[in-house]
Design a protein around this ligand. Structure first.
Ligand SMILES: NC(=O)c1ccc[n+]([C@@H]2O[C@H](COP(=O)([O-])OP(=O)(O)OC[C@H]3O[C@@H](n4cnc5c(N)ncnc54)[C@H](OP(=O)(O)O)[C@@H]3O)[C@@H](O)[C@H]2O)c1
Length: 233
């Protein structure tokens, strides 16, 4: 059976690599991004995969955009098997990083985008997921959100990913019948990860897809590296 998979933040980086990986695996992909008209790579993929790729507008930090996207998706499809909450930011402004200069606004933007928005997106798509086969919801988080591994930098980003991980744990217990995990995609050579990062977007996407494709309900509420090992909270 062809799986239907929705990926947020899919116009570049790990999200775009996930779109390519899942098209390669024969899935039906819904690629969500902020600006579909400017998403050149996605539009090129669409031209070559018109039956299996749908592009939808979704700004995850805008609730109206979330509800419009959910409406449009449910008009076109009656189920969703996998939701990948990939979109995220890592603010480099001092207001989000430097003790002494931190502000509500600087830190809040990171926490809203990385931790709160994925929960609101999940809430909006939960009923469609419930109609899916072996439904799964996956957070693309970070090892930087592990309290065990916490280092002394990027306070807002680390807090946001720790909160994202907690959201996954709580949702794994609230969303009966849906397998929920949180993941670390590796240190990946994207705009966020930097050009010298050791893992390519394609390697990260293939690893994440292997983890997601092999998920069984007993794995709900866990934190996985893209290579498949569990990561301590
Ligand atoms: N790269 C790494 O080494 C690494 C490591 C650990 C975790 N991660 C996580 O992996 C995920 C993907 O990261 P990446 O490396 O691919 O980053 P990236 O290259 O910076 O891409 C980020 C993606 O998220 C989208 N996005 C940001 N804010 C959004 C919003 N409000 N609504 C919708 N889309 C939004 C961006 O869209 P626009 O193009 O419209 O801005 C872009 O598509 C993130 O959650 C990140 O925290 C990355």
């Amino acid at each position: 059976m062809t799986e239907r998979i929705l990926i947020t933040g899919s116009n570049r980086g790990i999200g775009l690599a996930l779109v390519k990986e899942y098209l390669k695996r024969g899935a039906n992909v819904i690629a969500a991004c902020r600006k579909p008209d400017a998403a050149n790579d996605l539009n090129q993929l669409k031209a070559a995969n018109s039956d299996s790729l749908t592009i939808v507008q979704l700004d995850i930090s805008n609730e109206e955009s979330i509800s419009n996207a959910a409406q449009s998706i449910s008009e076109q499809f009656n189920s969703l098997d996998v939701l990948i909450n990939n979109a995220g930011i890592n603010s480099t402004v001092p207001e989000a990083r430097n003790l002494g200069q931190l502000t509500n606004e600087g830190m809040g933007q990171v926490v809203v985008t990385n931790a709160i928005a994925p929960v609101i997106v999940t809430q909006a798509l939960m009923n469609l997921l419930r109609q899916g086969t072996n439904p799964r919801m996956v957070m693309v988080s970070s090892r930087m959100g592990s309290v065990t591994h916490a280092g002394g930098n990027a306070i807002a980003y680390r807090m946001s990913k720790a909160a994202m991980n907690m959201a996954a744990k709580v949702l794994s217990q609230q969303m009966n019948g849906i397998t929920v995990i949180t993941t670390h995609p590796g240190h990946v050579a994207t705009d966020m990860g930097g050009a010298s990062a050791p893992v390519t977007p394609a390697q990260s996407a293939a690893g994440l897809a292997d983890v997601i494709d092999g998920l069984i309900p007993q794995q709900t509420g866990k934190f996985y590296n893209y290579t498949g090992e569990e990561i301590p909270w």
